[in-house]
Write a protein of this length. Structure first.
Length: 404
């Protein structure tokens, strides 16, 4: 076994200190020494270097210590680096510029159809939107440390290859390389649900938790799984395709080509289809001159429209069935549900909770916390930005050179 050299040990110590400050927010040098097990002298030396490099800054704590002395805490310098997150959906592109702690400096949502467009056309759009957002954040392009792009489908983040996406017909989509070349900034592409999972792990509900699951409900149903502190990717990097687990082989057709997938019942897209069918069959009396929208469906369900309550109930039961299977297998601490689809509220999540409880063993059910996350429009783009941020923070043991 090779012996770690002094430089690597210093890099690991530095990573541990930086990570401790990130997790705790504001912390003293003495506390850092206690948590990391490093000597006070080592913490003093390394933090001095980090302050010199402008990665962390000193902040005076309110009040004094027991001995009446000023307490100096260390915090991350959020403005030490900036990144861009882009989320591509079928009918819009969202973009956010964030600082080192995923704080949003500027954001934009462009309602534009991306599906069935050429990759060159899409790259043009992404380039223009990124340049606009960076200018909006009053930054220069050379201050941007990386670009993260989230897209739905089967994406291998290591190679940037997209094997399948509902957005485009053909696979092997080379978006990562095109955008990277155009802007000359390191670019990462990841499944959109994994980007949200990363955002939760680093800055949200999953902070400090080693085992959790994120479910996103939008036009598709996505999932990210964190197991032992790592995103679970499987053999080809495309694991956690929860939305395309078949629950009824003779069921509704799914966008992936199979029948009876979870997504074909739970996604906004399929709820809208079921609601349209209910109108046609006279189960729901509704007229509109703008075409049925999810907002119409959510509001009518809130008023107790029976046909819609039943559609959401079926979706909730199917979602609950799928999740109880995962609870049994993975025993997660938390399941975080997010995405625009959380607007359905209790009509969807009531039946889901009941099914999960009925289908899971008590010992497993009792230890799994289910969090329905309030959704913000900027969440997707912030998630994509987290894809770059985790690279910036990464441990030197991961052999990826931190860009900061
Ligand atoms: Zn499917």
């Amino acid at each position: 076994m090779p012996v770690a050299n002094g430089e690597l040990i210093r890099a690991i110590n530095q990573f541990n200190i930086l990570n401790t400050i990130r997790i705790h927010g504001a912390i003293s040098r003495i506390e850092i020494a206690e948590i990391t097990g490093q000597s006070r002298a080592s913490v003093t030396n390394i933090t001095a270097k980090l302050i010199q490099e402008n990665l962390i800054i000193e902040k005076e704590a309110v009040g004094t210590s027991a001995r009446g002395r000023r307490r100096i805490l260390l915090i991350l310098n959020s403005d030490a680096a900036y990144v861009v997150g882009v989320k591509v959906s079928a009918f819009r592109i969202s973009c956010a510029v964030t600082d080192l702690q995923a704080g949003i400096k500027s954001s934009i949502i462009v309602p534009v159809r991306t599906s069935e467009r050429s990759e060159k056309y899409l790259a043009d759009l992404i380039e223009d939107i990124i340049r606009h957002s960076v200018e909006d954040a009053r930054l220069r392009m050379d201050r941007i440390s990386g670009i993260g792009i989230g897209i739905p489908g089967f994406v291998d983040t290591r190679s940037g290859i997209c094997y399948w996406t509902p957005l485009f017909k053909k696979g092997n989509y080379g978006l990562k390389d095109i955008v990277q070349k155009r802007l000359n900034i390191k670019t990462y592409v990841e499944n959109d649900s994994n980007t949200i999972t990363l955002a939760h792990q680093w800055f949200g509900e999953g902070k400090g938790i080693d085992n959790f699951i994120v479910v996103t409900i939008e036009d598709g149903v996505g999932m990210g799984i964190v197991s032992n502190g790592q995103i679970y990717r499987g053999s080809r990097g495309i694991a956690a395709e929860f939305g395309h687990v078949v629950v009824d082989p003779d069921g509704r057709p799914c966008r992936c080509g199979k029948k009876g997938c979870i997504e074909a019942y739970v996604s906004n897209f399929s709820i809208l289809k079921a609601a349209t069918a209910a109108i046609k069959e006279g189960e729901w009396k509704f007229t509109t001159d703008h075409g049925l929208k999810m907002d119409d469906v959510w509001s009518a369900a809130e008023k107790g429209e029976t046909a819609l309550v039943n559609i959401f109930k079926k979706a909730g039961n199917i979602l609950g069935e799928g999740l109880s299977g995962l609870i049994q297998i993975l025993n997660p601490d938390k399941i975080i549900i997010s995405g625009e689809g959380v607007r359905a509220g209790d009509y969807l999540f009531g039946p889901m909770q009941e099914t999960i409880q009925a289908h899971s063993n008590k010992e497993l059910y009792d230890t799994t916390q289910i969090v329905i996350q309030k959704w913000l429009d900027t969440d997707w783009a912030r998630g994509a930005a987290s894809l770059v941020l985790q690279e910036l923070y990464k441990s030197p043991l991961n052999k990826i050179k931190p860009a900061i």
